[in-house]
Ligand binder design. Structure first.
Ligand SMILES: Nc1nc2c(c(=O)[nH]1)N[C@H]1C(S)=C(S)[C@@H](COP(=O)(O)O)O[C@H]1N2
Ligand SMILES: [Mo]
Length: 317
């Protein structure tokens, strides 16, 4: 195992990083250098994850939080990706087997321009941005994640849904030869998710293709995944192969698995507990305590609360 101190941080230039974040990252690097933070950028099988290619022309976004991001290692060694197993360490261990090049995304349903897009052609017309977002898993751990991506709204405008399109449905790859978790029935495969059209069009909703300025690690949902920062993490479906524009609320994997515990909306809400645990507090990855107050809509209430005006969020959980 090769130990590379600070490797994930020095990949990032000051041009693509908002100044306050860059400064805190420099402090971070100093801490790493004196050993307060060990940045060990390799997986349990010894693969050097920082070997991921850098993504060019990434511009900073005013929609980023200025909270300090978690480390590359934290974000790539503790994951939920049931296609590779149900333990948090399984994705880092097994997702390297997934072939992500070539990759095709089918766009279909009520849309003027349905097509099968090669990943590169899907992404090419869009300005990639660094979006440093808060992230909250329904299991009550949270993180700050520097994604690279572009607004889903930009793609939606490009493919021109018709007036019959009220929801967007997403599907993950089904490939049990490489996704070894799909050989057991932990969930119904393939993993599916969905958003209401106004949620899909919201400027905070992105399709992410990278992490820390680098191509998306397989365990985080390569080559392209959804990120909806005001909703519990399971809405942010990974390794997408199909985006469908549909009339009715589409089925979603966790709702199929357990409708009492997981609804369609799944907005982060400290006042609506999971039937088996409180959502009032969270455990920031790397912290020993579940002592951080959970914020309404994960801290994005000012931007998204109006989407749910008049809705009973206890009923539509
Ligand atoms: N296809 C697919 N997407 C998925 C999951 C999954 O098991 N399969 N897990 C979800 C859950 S529960 C969470 S918390 C996030 C985790 O994303 P991360 O590992 O990049 O932090 O991915 C979500 N997207
Ligand atoms: Mo999650």
């Amino acid at each position: 195992m090769v130990i590379k101190i600070g490797q994930p941080f020095d990949i990032r230039s000051s041009e693509i990083t908002p100044e306050p974040v860059y400064r805190s990252r420099r402090d971070f690097m100093k801490a790493a250098a004196v050993g307060a933070i060990g940045a060990v950028a390799c997986g349990p099988l010894g693969e050097d994850l920082s070997a991921q290619a850098t993504i060019p022309n990434v511009k900073p976004s005013p929609l980023s939080t200025n909270e300090k991001p978690h480390t590359w290692e934290q974000l790539t060694q503790y994951n939920n990706f049931y296609e590779f197993g149900t333990n948090k360490s399984d994705p880092a261990r097994y997702a390297g087997r997934l072939t992500v090049k070539p990759w095709t995304v089918k766009i279909d349903g009520h849309v003027a321009k349905p097509a099968d897009y090669a990943f590169e052609d899907l992404v090419k017309p869009h300005q990639l941005e660094e979006r440093i977002y808060r992230f909250r898993c329904v299991e009550a751990w949270s993180a700050v994640i520097p994604w690279v991506g572009f607004p889903l709204a930009d793609l939606i405008k490009r493919v021109q849904p018709t007036s019959r399109a009220k929801y967007v449905a997403f599907t993950t790859l089904l490939r049990p030869t490489e996704m070894i978790g799909q050989r057991s029935a932990a969930l119904d495969w393939p993993y599916v998710e969905g958003l209401r059209m106004d949620e899909a069009m919201h400027p905070l909703t992105i399709l992410a293709t990278g992490l820390y300025g680098r191509e998306m690690p397989n365990q985080n949902g390569a080559p392209i995944r959804l990120v909806v920062p005001w909703k519990y993490g399971f809405k942010s479906i990974k390794s997408i192969v199909r985006i469908s524009f549909v009339e009715n609320e589409p089925p979603t994997s966790w709702n199929i698995a357990n409708a009492r515990e997981y609804g369609f909306y799944s907005n982060v809400n400290p006042t609506v507990d999971h039937p088996r645990w409180s959502q009032a507090r969270e455990n920031s990855l790397g912290s020993l305590l579940k002592n951080k107050p959970t914020l309404m809509f994960n801290g994005y209430a000012d931007q998204v609360a109006k989407l749910y005006e008049g809705m009973d969020l206890k009923k539509f959980y």
